[in-house]
Design a protein around this ligand. Structure first.
Ligand SMILES: Nc1nc2c(ncn2[C@@H]2O[C@H](COP(=O)(O)OP(=O)(O)O)[C@@H](O)[C@H]2O)c(=O)[nH]1
Ligand SMILES: *[C@@H]1O[C@H](CO)[C@@H](O)[C@H](O)[C@H]1NC(C)=O
Ligand SMILES: *[C@@H]1O[C@H](CO)[C@@H](O)[C@H](O)[C@H]1NC(C)=O
Ligand SMILES: [Mg+2]
Length: 446
């Protein structure tokens, strides 16, 4: 890839993004909220019920793309909760991202808001979510300079999951089993958040069951006429009620990426892969609510491969293919499709990429690797999203077995309208494609 061309492209796009936003450069990207958010926090309408603010947190070791799935469970839960009497004025407050384990760049990437990664107005079209900075604004408008979380429920697993072989939804108050420090991450860098009561709960079931917890502790913890602030810690313990139904896909479709990241991804596609939405025939109306069943996407003239490495190299030797095997699979796929370009999305090391390049001599190989100053502006999380955007528009996609990073690309391509056989592909351990593990197929539903 031509490094100078990439630098000039990024310089141009950043200039564009900056000239369109209403704040100075320090506020763009890292740490501070993005500036292109038109909406101010919802001012309290004349709702009948008291506001309920539901905060949640996820096990600190979990990666970005599982967090996206936990978000979906919580957003769907909130959407149902708001239909219950007394909870019509409920809001889901999105947790900030702390420097995730996979974000390897050596600069601080903490307290990142959701709108750095996602398009808040799109999320809000699904249900009432508040980014943390919006929630802070609300609290400050109420005249307080700190947040007191009235109720913290730490979810933990029952010791035995199955009784007589059946999985029943249940919860019960229990002794706390997790380490104290386990949830400090939530408060990291925020000295103005306090917790009043902490209750540990053995929990088994879908996110819908969280409503029962809210009900169970309502009387003792909520004074009428005040707002109720609740935190569910380890929200990943709560599962999907239904995975892959229409509502799941609505929530998923509302998870559009931050517009600036889309601009960067699209500029890269256009410049290096001559791929545009028009030519690729993808479905991308202004609003996700206008999307319809569609299978006409063809994608750009390139193959995309998501090659998960790093921590996947440990403990997954049985499934993870070697670089040489992957290179052979890439060559075979290119030949089958009559294509010459491959875009590689990967968390591989520099030396792995070097080897890959050697194995793929003669192939037109692309990888999005912004120069340091742009990497700093974007952060590792946003760079990963740009990889996902580029892969989502490829003619054909091949992902990694059991990687949620791959799953999210599958979903994006389902939304954009690709044929399933161009999407739900998995790199095989063996390059002769014998005995392959394959990811499951979860087709979109409307
Ligand atoms: N830029 C980039 N980062 C990746 C890629 N694959 C993995 N990563 C990083 O590694 C993390 C993997 O964690 P997660 O999102 O939970 O996905 P999973 O572990 O593959 O299921 C991602 O969030 C990224 O930060 C990739 O292809 N490109
Ligand atoms: C809490 O502190 C953070 C930064 O330290 C600040 O941005 C936020 O507005 C504060 N919250 C409130 C409610 O004052
Ligand atoms: C993919 O599926 C479509 C429709 O099911 C079919 O027409 C097409 O031939 C398939 N392509 C390949 C490469 O198998
Ligand atoms: Mg992970």
């Amino acid at each position: 890839m031509n490094k100078l061309a990439l630098i000039s492209l990024l310089t141009f796009v950043f200039h564009l993004v900056l000239s369109q936003s209403h704040c100075d450069i320090k506020e763009i990207f890292v740490i501070k909220k993005l500036c292109d958010i038109s909406e101010r926090p919802l001012v309290k309408a004349k709702d009948e019920s008291d506001p309920v603010y539901i905060l949640y947190s996820v096990n600190p070791v979990e990666g970005f793309n599982l967090r996206r799935d936990v978000y979906l469970r919580m957003a769907i839960f909130l959407r149902h909760l708001r239909k219950v009497k007394g909870y019509e004025n409920s809001h889901l407050v999105l947790p900030v991202f702390h420097h995730l384990y996979h974000w390897k760049s050596q600069f601080r990437q903490s307290n990142m808001f959701w709108n750095h990664f996602f398009d808040l107005p799109s999320l809000k079209l699904f249900t009432n979510v508040l980014d943390m900075w919006e929630f802070f604004d609300i609290i400050r408008n109420e005249g307080k300079d700190y947040v007191e979380i009235g109720e913290v429920y730490k979810l933990q697993h029952f010791e035995t999951m199955f009784e007589n072989g059946v999985f029943v939804d249940k919860f019960e108050e229990a002794a706390c089993t997790r380490h104290e420090y386990d949830n400090y991450h939530y408060m990291e860098n925020y000295y103005n958040i306090t917790e009043k009561t902490i209750t540990c709960i053995n929990f088994q079931g879908s996110a819908m069951l969280l409503k029962n917890i809210l009900e169970e502790y309502k009387v003792e913890n909520h004074k009428a006429g005040t707002s109720r602030i609740v935190l569910f810690a380890h929200a990943e313990t709560a599962l999907h009620e239904f995975f892959g139904d229409e509502e799941y896909w609505m929530a998923r479709r509302s998870m559009r990426f931050n517009k600036n990241l889309q601009v960067i991804g699209n500029a890269y596609r256009a410049d290096f892969l001559s791929s545009t939405d028009e030519k690729d025939k993808v479905q991308r109306p202004e609003l996700w609510t206008d999307e319809k069943p569609y299978r006409g996407a063809v994608g750009g003239e390139y193959l995309c491969v998501h090659m998960r490495r790093a921590d996947f190299l440990y403990g997954r030797e049985q499934q993870l293919p070697s670089l040489r095997s992957i290179a052979n699979q890439i060559k075979r796929a290119l030949a089958e499709l009559g294509l010459h370009k491959v875009f590689l999305s990967s968390d591989c090391s520099g030396s792995e990429f070097h080897d890959m390049r050697a194995f793929l001599r003669g192939v037109n190989l692309h990888k999005f690797k912004p120069p340091w100053e742009f990497q700093m502006q974007l952060g590792d999380g946003a760079v990963a999203i740009i990889d996902q955007i580029i892969c989502s528009h490829a003619r054909k996609f091949i992902g990694t077995f059991e990687s949620t990073f791959t799953y999210r690309i599958y979903e994006e391509r389902e939304i954009l309208g690709f044929q399933q056989n161009m999407t739900f592909n998995t790199l095989c351990k063996r390059d002769d494609l014998i005995d392959c593990n394959r990811n499951s197929v979860w087709p979109i539903r409307y």
